[in-house]
Design a protein around this ligand. Structure first.
Ligand code: PMP
Ligand code: GLN
Length: 387
């Protein structure tokens, strides 16, 4: 059933995380923080598990669209941060991570043969889902070192046949934040094509030097945009798999109809906790970004120190390092060798692009810096023996 050359195969995260475990390597491949999110939130979830149904416990199916408290909290969050006015009953859907939100949004909007435009490199679930849907997948290239799309590439890719544009800002794997001008151009092109925009904004709070512009806030976007958020990223609770989709009632109804047959509903105790977390003050979110920026700098300095070229991500969990200055041109081979011989795992950027684009990214690696400073320093020490 699984075609090893096709879109659906064991993910690169499984592969390299497995290899990292075998070699006891420091895993800078898969992006997850090594410090858990707020204890208060973990206690709220634990309490909702321990209590009986008759005493407010949440161990039975949550409402399909999500706990009312979380839907309200998402609506309040979007208003407080971005000035959006959302009706929690019609404009908000809770999902089992943003991953389910992406899948359900694509299944709701896209049919086999429809053209969907993404930005490459992209988060790997996009290509897999588009493959499952049977869509025509086109990509706008993001190029080293600033990874911003050009106006020409946007204009050429978003054709009148385009059914949906799936974008991601702040961006995984490059840490790029799309500017307001770029977003306006994408929105205008999508509107001209009457395409739906699916905007993956899971790194919205992990921004260092740039301003995150929610796509739905750009003129002309709100009526055609589904926006994805994730508690995993905003609260360092990636294992909880709590996400949400916001957008116009008609689109949310469609996504909700699909979600019914994917997971039906998502875990109640985690939702209750995230409803509280979304109300945290701005300082909470800023502190998380400040910690991450420090991690970025430790890792970037170390990688530059051993001769790699490194981009400067303005957001997110990841940086891109180019091994070409070391004379290494196959980052995939280097990733496996680094994991087994040096004890540091990273992911070749080629895992996030279409097969025909691999050559452009062949020498690049993605490193996660969402780790404690001592862990990053230990990784840096191991990398001193590169290549
Ligand atoms: N989108 C992007 C860009 C991501 O990096 C991730 C995290 N792996 C996800 C979606 C998935 O988020 P979640 O864990 O909430 O499913
Ligand atoms: N978002 C994380 C990454 O890009 C984790 C993805 C995953 O494990 N599916 O590394």
């Amino acid at each position: 059933l699984l075609d090893p050359s096709g879109a659906v195969r064991p993910t690169v995260f499984e592969e390299l995380t497995g290899l990292a475990q075998v070699h006891d390597a420091i895993n800078l491949g898969q992006g997850f923080p090594d410090t858990d999110g707020p204890e208060e939130l973990r206690r709220i979830a634990a309490d909702a598990v321990v209590r009986d149904l008759s005493d407010g416990g949440l161990n039975q199916y949550a409402p399909g669209a999500g706990l009312p408290s979380l839907r309200q909290a998402v609506a309040d969050h979007q208003h407080r941060w971005y000035g959006q006015r959302l009706d929690p009953a019609h404009n908000v859907l809770v999902t089992t991570g943003a991953t389910e939100g992406i899948a359900a949004s694509l299944l709701a909007v896209v049919s086999a043969g429809d053209r969907v435009v993404t930005f490459s490199p992209y988060y790997d679930s996009y290509a897999a889902m588009l493959g499952l849907v049977g869509a025509e997948h086109a990509s706008i290239p993001l190029r080293w070192p600033d990874f911003q799309p050009t106006p020409e590439d946007i204009a050429a890719a978003i054709t009148p046949e385009t059914r949906a544009v799936l974008l991601n800002t702040p961006h995984n794997p490059t840490g790029t934040v799309f500017s307001r001008e770029t977003l306006q151009q994408i929105v205008d092109a999508a509107a001209a094509a009457d395409a739906i925009i699916i905007s993956d904004e899971v790194y919205e709070h992990l921004v260092f030097e740039a301003e995150h512009v929610p796509v739905a806030s750009v003129p002309g976007a709100a009526e055609r945009t589904l926006t994805l958020g994730s508690a995993g990223k905003s609260f360092s609770l990636t294992g909880w798999k709590v996400g949400w989709v916001t957008g116009p009632a008609e689109l949310i109804t469609g996504v909700r109809a699909v979600k019914q047959f994917m997971s039906y509903s998502s875990g109640g105790p985690f939702q209750a906790a995230i409803a509280t977390g979304l109300g945290y003050d701005d300082d909470y979110f800023r502190a998380g970004a400040t910690r991450l920026a420090a991690g970025r700098d430790i890792l970037a300095d170390a990688l530059r120190g051993v001769g790699l070229a490194v981009n400067r991500p303005a957001a997110g969990y990841f940086l891109i390092a180019d091994a070409a200055p070391l004379g290494v041109h196959d980052a995939r081979e280097l990733a496996y060798r680094m994991t087994s011989d040096l004890g540091v795992a990273a992911i070749p950027v080629s895992a996030f692009v279409d097969p025909q684009e691999v050559s452009e990214y062949r020498s690049q690696l993605r490193f996660a810096f969402c780790k404690r400073p001592d862990v990053l320093a230990a990784a840096a020490a191991r990398l001193a023996d590169l290549p």
